[in-house]
Design a protein around this ligand. Structure first.
Ligand SMILES: Cc1cc2nc3c(=O)[nH]c(=O)nc-3n(C[C@H](O)[C@H](O)[C@H](O)COP(=O)(O)O)c2cc1C
Length: 189
């Protein structure tokens, strides 16, 4: 490959495109986040990077809680909408017909249409610059029942999850290998 030198920037793609809900003073909000990632396995932790000017920012800062809802491709329109409209002047749940479900540990709602919803409690906030990084503990994971097989294995890879790829919403659907396949011995025929 022949690479050219590009200016420094955010060029790590693909990234998730998740719906983050929050709750403050009796109100719920939802917005789209792509600067999101898993940061620790034990204890389970994730992070979201949020610009302080987002309406959701104060909700999350004040409550110290949020939920991350992982959408499949069918929710691409809702994901885009929640990422361009603000809860300051729009009820995005109603506009996108997103069904709120009660979470177990936090006041922020879960989104029923997403195959995975993750309840989070903020453990620290790192002020990086344009974005403040909320690092959070995972309190509970809600997983779509129909994606769990008889042995209890969760087949999230079949859910047709959505990702964000440099301005485009794409699906993550076709597996090209499984964990460890590069070193696994092939069965003799
Ligand atoms: C695909 C996509 C990804 C986004 N990722 C982020 C993000 O990681 N952090 C952030 O602060 N805003 C992000 N945004 C922008 C917010 O979702 C957007 O400003 C939203 O309207 C804020 O809603 P609120 O004002 O109701 O909180 C993203 C928008 C889109 C469309």
């Amino acid at each position: 490959m022949a690479k050219i030198l590009w200016k420094p920037g955010t060029m790590l793609y693909p990234v998730p495109a998740v719906l983050v809900t929050s709750h403050s003073n009796g109100n719920d909000n939802v917005f789209t986040v792509s600067w999101a990632g898993t940061v620790c396995t034990d204890p389970p932790m994730l992070s979201i990077a949020v610009r302080p000017e987002r309406y959701s920012y104060q909700f999350i800062k004040n409550s110290g809680e949020f939920t991350v809802n992982v959408p499949a491709a069918g929710l691409a329109r809702a994901v885009d909408y929640c990422g361009v409209k603000s809860g300051r002047d729009t009820d995005k749940f109603a506009a996108m017909k997103l069904t709120r479900e009660r979470a177990r540990h936090v006041k922020a709602p879960l989104i029923a249409e997403c195959p995975v919803s993750i309840e989070c409690r903020v453990s620290r906030v790192v002020e990086l610059g344009s974005h403040h990084l909320f690092i959070a503990n995972v309190l509970a994971v809600h997983a779509e029942e129909s994606l769990i097989d008889k042995r209890g294995k969760f087949h999230i890879e079949t859910a047709g999850l959505l990702c964000y790829n440099h301005g485009h919403y794409c699906t993550v659907s076709k597996p090209v290998g499984a964990f460890g396949f590069s070193v696994r011995r092939r069965k003799k025929k």
